[in-house]
Design a protein around this ligand. Structure first.
Ligand code: PLP
Length: 337
């Protein structure tokens, strides 16, 4: 059975164009920097983001953690949002890999009170560690942080001599929603992690971009983490199409999410999370005990969703069209009727 999969945009399959490009891609040994397709991809992503250099890694988690590992020394402190992917969904990697202390600062839907941010920045004393890095995420779950906010965080961090890392797993979605180039967002971070395998459809891969000396150091640390790969031009060939082609069509997913939201709103008692309606995701809740079993009912009827976890999240993407959305939401309506 072909399932309608609303769990995430990570489920997208490589397009035929990607598969064709992978088949013919010239490759080499990337650990020797000999893979011309990969070298070109790293340059392309760096240039697109307005940075000097980039390094390809297997996943968004790897990239974020490599960034922390490269920016920080043992015992340094990193400030992150309390709901950031780095602290909530990366298997507790930061203290394991980088031996850093994560300071989680509460935000209002991804927006910090900047006075609070300034107050928690630490200088090294006998009893305090030193803050080294501030991490932001944009898009932040389903919401997009405005450029002026990004700028204010960056300016504040620089005033205190701190680096800023941006988890831009969905930075192309954020740029689409803001109607700006990704480089306009990336200018407010020293390093950016850019996932190519989510809404952009590549089979795997994330590029960490930043200043050349930082990326040279990150390349060494990538090897320590076991991330030195060989003929990865195969993956780079698909990822190039992600950047050049797939990034231009994300508005369709965003419009489809608006369509999905409108259909969901027809269900009595549904509560759409308005704060998270900027990209290809619709978060919602419903005051109905049957919600805990919705995933089972949908699965039995050809639709995959994530289990209810305090909220539902339905995601649109390249492999979902309006007909799929209508079919899925009609089932949700039937279930709750
Ligand atoms: C904001 C954000 N950062 C990082 C990641 C990690 O990416 P990966 O699953 O490739 O490790 C994700 C994954 O969905 C994410 O949503």
């Amino acid at each position: 059975m072909k399932y309608i999969d609303l769990r995430s945009d990570t489920v997208t399959k490589p397009t035929q164009e990607m598969r064709d490009a992978m088949y013919i891609a010239p490759v080499g040994d990337d650990v020797f920097s000999d893979d011309e397709t990969m070298n070109a991809l790293e340059d392309l992503v760096a240039k697109t983001l307005g940075k000097e250099a980039g390094v390809f890694v297997p996943s968004g988690t790897f990239s974020n953690q490599l960034s922390l590992f490269t920016h920080c020394n043992q015992g340094d402190e990193v400030i992150v949002d309390q709901d950031a992917h780095i602290v909530q969904h990366e298997s507790g990697a930061s203290p394991v890999i980088s031996s850093v202390q994560l300071f989680t600062l509460e935000s209002n839907h991804g927006i910090w009170d900047l006075n609070k941010l300034e107050r928690v920045i630490k200088k090294r004393t006998l009893s305090t560690t030193e803050t080294r890095l501030v991490c932001v995420e944009n898009a932040y779950n389903g919401s997009v942080l405005p450029l002026d906010y990004m700028e204010r965080v960056f300016t504040l961090a620089k005033r205190h001599g701190l680096a800023v890392h941006l988890d831009g797993a969905r930075i192309f979605n954020a740029a689409t929603a803001l109607g700006v180039e990704v480089s306009e967002i990336a200018q407010y971070a020293d390093t950016v992690s850019v996932c190519l395998s989510k809404a952009l459809g590549a089979p795997a891969g994330t590029v960490l971009v930043g200043p050349k000396d930082f990326i040279d150091k990150a390349r060494m640390k990538r090897k320590i983490m076991g991330g030195g790969m060989r003929q990865v031009g195969i993956l780079a060939a698909a990822a190039k199409i992600s950047v050049e082609v797939m990034s231009k069509r994300l508005g369709i997913d965003h419009d489809n999410a608006i369509y999905m939201e409108a259909l969901l709103r027809e269900i009595p008692g549904i509560k759409i999370d308005e704060h998270q309606r900027d990209i290809n995701m619709v978060f919602f809740d419903i005051d109905d005990e049957r919600k805990y079993k919705l995933h089972e009912f949908l699965f039995d009827n050809g639709v995959k969703i994530l289990e209810y976890e305090g909220i539902f999240r339905f995601v649109t993407h390249y492999d979902i069209d309006r007909e799929d959305i209508k079919k899925a939401i009609d089932l949700v309506k039937r279930y709750f009727s």
